[in-house]
Design a binder for this molecule. Structure first.
Ligand SMILES: [Zn+2]
Length: 326
């Protein structure tokens, strides 16, 4: 078993990463810009080729690689019992956007990967992050926990009674699209007005206020009053979103990641926390909000964890070998 190799893919709207690991830790990680033209299988073919290139780089015979975990942007659509992906920022067939030179609607990711690998586990990136934090990070042994990212988008990974929720097509946790404000002009990429992502995500908040979101939060951190008002309001919306999730799932722990949170957790956390714990004590007392332990590696580590043999886990917890990926 020591010779066993596992593979992982991290598929995003702009780049794709392939990682190989053995029982000691990651061996190689390579990235490419995500393919957005060609046939409907072009992206999935790229994923296979990238894993094979990783094998070559690591000096591993590609036939050794039979288990692959995948963190992918969603949403997912089930076709013939297998997961396809339909991300609006990759598939031009949804919007006809000129920067997406394809007419794809659903990419048959699982079908293509299964032609090459025996075991394939695909989850959306927030579910994968949740798996990473539950296996190696801030939520080990916490049965009722939620991972949430506050980044370009807002997404959740949900765990109740020790079971990760997936839903009818693997899309559980798309709570960034929960409607918050019916009369808002905040437009989300999904088409909603006034959903959580439309109101506060890195992409949409910046569009709404006409300034890069990172600049708004930096100015707020420096005490600039107007930016502080905008950022505080955003943190309050975020906190209400967490409250809604806690009230729905009886959550005890939120693990928060994403670039907005990573840079500004110190002053955002009290504002967010207040929105959660100031309501319905029976549901919210003792709810804690912590920062994700795995940072930017959360998707890579989670994708590996999806297919990792259980006996590797104690050693990885001890040695944190994923740090070589940073
Ligand atoms: Zn939305």
């Amino acid at each position: 078993m020591n010779q066993a190799i596992i593979g992982a893919l991290d598929i995003g709207g702009t780049k794709m990463a392939a990682i190989l690991a053995n029982a000691d830790g990651p061996l190689v990680r390579i990235t490419q810009p995500t393919v957005k033209n060609g046939s409907i299988t072009a992206l999935a073919d790229q994923a296979v080729a990238l894993l094979h290139a990783a094998c070559e780089r690591a000096g591993v015979d590609r036939t050794m690689l039979t288990r692959v975990g995948v963190a992918s942007c969603g949403p997912f659509v089930c076709v013939d019992g297998m997961l396809g992906i339909a991300p609006p920022n990759i598939c031009g067939g949804h919007s006809g956007s000129p920067d997406l030179p394809n007419d794809w609607t659903i990419i048959p990711l699982e079908k293509v990967l299964r032609e090459h690998f025996e075991t394939v586990a695909i989850e959306n990136d927030c579910v994968t992050a949740l798996v990473a934090e539950r296996t190696f990070g801030a939520a080990i042994d916490v049965p009722d926990c939620v991972y949430v990212t506050w980044s370009t988008g807002i997404g959740f990974g949900l765990c109740v009674d020790g079971r990760i929720l997936r839903g009818k097509q693997g899309n559980a946790g798309h709570a960034g699209h929960m409607l918050m404000s019916p009369d808002s002009n905040a437009v989300c990429g999904c088409g909603n007005r006034g959903d959580l992502e439309g109101l506060i995500s890195g992409r949409n908040l910046g569009n709404r206020v006409g300034q890069a979101t990172a600049d708004v939060f930096q100015a707020a951190a420096n005490g600039e009053p107007l930016a502080r008002t905008v950022a505080t309001e955003a943190a309050e919306w975020f906190g209400r979103g967490l409250y809604n999730v806690a009230a729905t799932l009886d959550t005890s722990l939120f693990v928060v990641g994403g670039s907005v949170w990573e840079h500004h957790a110190d002053w955002l956390a009290p504002i967010v926390r207040e929105q959660v714990v100031s309501r319905l004590p029976a549901l919210t007392q003792g709810v804690t909000i912590v920062t994700a332990a795995l940072g930017r590696l959360v998707a890579d580590v989670g994708a590996l964890a999806l297919v990792m043999p259980n006996e590797w886990i104690p050693r990885w917890r001890e040695t944190s070998p994923w740090r070589t990926l940073a």
